[in-house]
Design a protein around this ligand. Sequence first.
Ligand code: ZN
Length: 337
Amino acid sequence: MTRPTSSPQPPEPASEPPAHRPRRGRTILLCCAALSVCLGGWLGWQALADSPSSSSAGAGEGHLAGATGLPAEPGEGSGSASTPAASSTTASAPASPAGSPGGPPSAASVPGAAPLAGRTVLLDPGHNSGNGAHTTEINRQVDIGNAHKECDTTGTSTNKGYSEAEYTLDVVHRARQILQDRGARVVLTQDGDRAWGPCIDERAGIGNDAKADVALSVHGDGAPAGASGFHVIMPGRVTAGKADTSAIVDPSHRLGLLLRDAFKAATGEPYADYIGKQGLDTRTDLGGLNLSKVPKVFIECGNMRNSGDAGRMTDPQWRQQAAQGIADALTGYLTTS
Ligand code: ZN
């Protein structure tokens, strides 16, 4: 997501249109990849499975609303430009054989490992590298139930030009591989196969249409340089217009706690020190959550404007760890629900 404060942004990344940084958008980003050894990850998710709904330290605070400090921005980390026809619901093929070439060791290599067989996971890589060249399309207002907001935003980037869109797609690819190795059917809202978007309402719709068992939107934030850390955003209760999150608030909260814990364990990234509490935040202004009919959360993997976070997010090994944490959380959620 992009925050207003990050407007004076260097246009370096060809893929990241500087000019259209949503003034108010907050950049949600999902950054995490993990290099953690599969076995480690496997043990990790098993541990998660053993402890139903982690009610650790932040359990009670899952519903913090609002950020401490920075104004919650309307911009949705995940932009979505809806183009029905081009909808790249990249439904990945069901589980690929164990250990994909070049990929991290997979859980599939563990005896009896296919814990996610028959389950569908929706992964939403926030933004799109082509959004900057399609401002008219992404600036179109879409209905998110309790308000109208931009179809999508360009997202943020590191000061050196590594864009949020590149980051989110990379982490999602890594997480997809791990989940497929565990037997899941993974559907993506976009796979770098469309010119822009999709719009936030379509991003939610893709998960609904896929009848996903769980959904996750990955982002990287664009907060002031002095801020750092990651946080998970859970849906608040919204019943307005076509939005009705009543049925997903509780399960999404459970997912949020699992993700918060698994991501921290896999990456070592501290909780955000500028928003939310204990790595958790709850919002009712994100179309991707308001319109979702399936349990869903967003993760802002770090602040791309912070040198420390940017250094980690641009490191492939860290992104693999991030993906591992994400995959473990989703696995834990699906195997304990
Ligand atoms: Zn974002």
